[in-house]
Design a protein around this ligand. Structure first.
Ligand SMILES: C[S@@+](CC[C@H](N)C(=O)[O-])C[C@H]1O[C@@H](n2cnc3c(N)ncnc32)[C@H](O)[C@@H]1O
Length: 247
């Protein structure tokens, strides 16, 4: 499987923090004093109280904005940190990339004194509600089935957590998989797809016919006719979830 040293070269072009999602993550972190970001990528959603980022990919670390918290190269499964090193740990849109989920979550809990915040998605809801994978890209949906972890399993590993839906705004700034739910033409742009691991890792061959069908449905107006109700909405819940575990 490709790593972010291969996938991530243009990540920061399309994957910038969305302010509404940032506010939700910040509220979930609450009154903690210091935060370590694991699977930090280019540093999206790091509040000013972030003291360290842990990220395996040099290509991603190189795209962190000047003035970001210091970053060390490392993986969640073996955090180069002492027990109780920080008030809170966050791991955003990353756990599905880990090779050892249970070991990684154990490490987050070892290192955090008070809180662990995980942003993930519920694959059952995502498959049902997100038109792109449901109607056009079944192979991408099948690929996600292999890497998504049910929220219940993550909550168990976290030793209990509350779950908050993360609605996706229609003009979401962070170009993750469902970000363009009301801007369907964006999925035809290779640069947009390069920032979405679901599409980049499923591979162009497996999604080409679905994208051609989408292009056709957009050109004929079929997509807009079918999704008239969607076009009236400002946000959508397609299964993104914030898990907040108090230790
Ligand atoms: C979709 S990006 C998310 C980055 C960032 N958290 C964000 O929200 O933009 C997933 C990140 O997880 C990292 N990653 C992959 N395997 C990892 C592991 N075993 N431990 C920690 N991070 C990992 C990747 O290198 C990549 O930067």
């Amino acid at each position: 499987m490709a790593t972010y040293d291969e996938l991530g070269a243009t990540y920061a072009r399309t994957r910038r923090p969305d302010p509404r999602i940032a506010a939700q993550i910040d509220a979930a972190l609450g009154d903690v004093t210091d935060v370590i970001n694991v699977g930090a990528g280019t540093g999206s959603y790091e509040p000013p109280r972030t003291v360290l980022a842990v990220e395996p990919s040099r290509v991603m670390i190189a795209q962190r904005p000047p003035g970001s918290a210091p970053a060390v190269q490392g993986v969640a499964e073996h955090l180069p940190l002492r027990d109780d090193a920080t008030d809170a740990v966050m791991a955003l849109l990353t756990v599905h990339h880990w090779t050892g989920l249970a070991a990684g979550i154990r490490e987050l809990r070892r290192v955090a004194r008070r809180r662990v915040v995980v942003l993930t998605w519920d694959q059952r809801i995502f498959r049902e509600r997100f038109w792109l994978v449901r109607d056009y890209l079944p192979k991408a949906a099948a690929f996600d089935d292999t890497r998504a972890t049910p929220a219940e399993r993550l909550i168990e590993l976290l030793g209990g957590a509350r779950q908050e839906p993360v609605p996706v705004p229609h003009d979401c700034v962070d170009g993750f998989a469902a970000a363009y739910w009301r801007r369907p033409g964006a999925y035809l742009d290779p640069q947009v797809r390069a920032g979405i691991s679901l599409l980049a890792q499923t591979g162009d061959d497996a999604i080409a016919s679905g994208l051609a069908r989408l292009a056709d449905d957009l050109a004929t107006g079929r997509w807009h006719a079918r999704h008239a109700e969607l076009l009236t909405r400002d946000t959508i819940d397609v299964g993104y979830r914030l898990l907040v575990a108090d230790l």
